[in-house]
Ligand binder design. Sequence first.
Ligand code: FAD
Length: 476
Amino acid sequence: MGLKDPAWYRESLRDGRITYIAGESVPDITQDPWFEVPIRNAEQDYVYDDPETRDIRVYETEDGTLAHRIFKVPMSEEDLEKRIQLAHITSISTAVSAVLMALYNIKGQVAQVNGQYAENIERIYRHCRDNDLRADQVITDAKGDRSRHPKDQDDPDLYMRILDKNQDGIYVRGAKLHITGASLVHEQTVMPTKAMGPGEEQWAVSFSVPTNTPGVKIINRAYARPGLSEMDYPLSATHNAPEGFVIFDDVFVPWDRVFLAGEYELAGILAHSLGLWERIGGLIGMVERSRLLVGTAQLLCEMNGIHRASHIQEKISDLVFYAEMLRMSLEHAIRNYKVTETGMVYPDPLAVNVGKFYGAANWHLMVQKLHDMGGGLVITLPTEADYRNEEITRYMDKYLHTKSDVPVEDRMRMYNLIRDMTADAYGGWELVTTLAAGGGLAAQRIVTMREYDLEGAKDAAREAAGIIPKHPAHAK
Ligand SMILES: Cc1cc2nc3c(=O)[nH]c(=O)nc-3n(C[C@H](O)[C@H](O)[C@H](O)COP(=O)(O)OP(=O)(O)OC[C@H]3O[C@@H](n4cnc5c(N)ncnc54)[C@H](O)[C@@H]3O)c2cc1C
């Protein structure tokens, strides 16, 4: 019980979990080079004695114990702000544990349909919180032919489903795709990918099982191979966590770990419980990256002597508009927080979805501007190994020179940052992730249109056209 430490976390991963990477089975991820960086980053979330981050990382539970803040349901503006700060210092493998906080918060709605499921949610939440465990968000199904319902697919397993039930529990089969940090967490917390209807009871399923449960198999996909140079790959070499293709091969789940087994009316509630928290996570990341984009562009253009050119200034100001729109969306979302009936404080969904949509829809355009400013060296710059080769160094120093106050190595680092951030390992991943993670653009459109005050806008048009009298406050 209680807060653990990095060594405990590392050891806890040696539990016989079945994982694969690059075509090989991995008997012990703590010994595998592919997992070195992700585990090192995840371990940092267990450092609780740093006075600078302790107050952000730790909170006191209602029982008087200490726990990681990822489990705290925000109940005040201060809680919400601390949660945002936490996102800046937390590895993705801990960030995804927000799934338990989101589930805990909807247990009242779940209880209205099935009290036992609500009790199970509370028990698993407390089990993870009190033992400092991590859980992932196992939601996205394989989905087969997107135009067909689960029951109409060629293979019924294309959506996770219940194969059988008995007095002890349920048997499930299916695969969940793209699951962030799946091999790095202790609990696989499964939820339906979408609302289900009558006739879809077997696909209305939610539960949580330990990662080493028999039948759970994870195929990892990482964007950065091990051993990358930090100079060549400043982001990929230091930040990566594989996504998991998580297979549930006839997995047995005892009843006390089941959150839903057939009551289709709960599927949508569970499926949507996390969306806002995923998207604000995405927005926070975009705010950070957009600022980095501005700084990178400005610095490189200064190094190359083009920063005063009008077309460059225009492009950089476009990046600033982008960065500021995102920053303001985030700030607006926090300042205009909402409160649920249970007292949970959450960011304004309209601002979060508009910000996430705007950031995702325009990232590629901003990257295009950066590439245009950077030129061909973005992808053809020789590597660090070339630069360290004595036969080559002097040529690179000579021909990569721009001006006396710009060390060639610094200029190389800027180009490497641009390539890695936008056109190589991490960058390729980011191009797709920006669009897909937290639901695609269409999902944000749906929420935005649901949240936007369309009736208010229509009334404004009616007033302006003289169809209805002007509101006194609007009369000029
Ligand atoms: C790096 C990364 C990390 C992720 N992490 C997680 C995670 O931790 N947990 C998790 O559960 N998921 C995760 N995801 C999955 C993410 O939520 C999905 O990628 C996203 O919801 C889109 O689903 P999809 O990939 O199946 O694409 P699709 O659903 O196939 O979407 C592709 C396109 O098809 C359209 N489309 C799909 N269905 C229909 C339809 N019925 N009618 C019309 N158009 C349709 C979509 O709008 C989109 O334009 C992650 C994804 C990425 C890339």
